[in-house]
Design a protein around this ligand. Structure first.
Ligand code: ZN
Length: 144
């Protein structure tokens, strides 16, 4: 590339950058900040997640998948109740938050680019994490 065309190229790049709308930058830098789990205890052996619906909505995940995951990880049955989830065990909020964070790390966060704009899809009998940002498709362990 000679000097003249290099200058022209540089100019073209600079112009292109100035034309990117402000919102384009905002989307890229959007922070991933899921709601903190809020609970209360019902009787001795039940833990109710008050904002279960809010969390699954934020994560863009089927509430059933997170329910099954919690059931497995906490080794306790869980029943949905509107936007809440009733866990049939007593679990403190830190343990619960850590378990949800673990779910996010495994089933929400893209292992390739680290983005959170993903979808969970069943492909044949496998569970795949599809990234909307980089396009990666990563197999994830099944939740039975
Ligand atoms: Zn990605």
């Amino acid at each position: 590339m000679d000097l003249k065309s290099r200058e022209a190229y540089q100019k073209m790049i600079e112009e292109a950058y100035t034309k990117i709308p402000e919102t384009g930058y905002k989307q890229v830098t959007t922070r991933f900040n899921p709601p903190t789990v809020r609970i209360f205890y019902q009787g001795k052996n039940k833990t109710v997640i008050l904002n279960f619906g809010e969390i699954t909505e934020y994560l863009n995940r089927d509430p059933n998948i997170l329910r099954k995951f919690l059931t497995l990880e906490l080794a306790a049955p869980a029943s949905p109740s509107n936007d809440r989830l009733i866990l049939h065990t007593r679990v403190d909020d830190i343990t619960l938050q850590n378990t949800i964070n673990y779910f996010i790390k495994r089933y929400v966060k893209c292992p390739v680019c680290g983005g959170y704009d993903t979808k969970l899809e069943k492909v044949r009998r496998n569970l795949m994490l599809k990234c909307e940002i980089c396009g990666a498709e990563s197999p994830v362990p099944p939740i039975k």
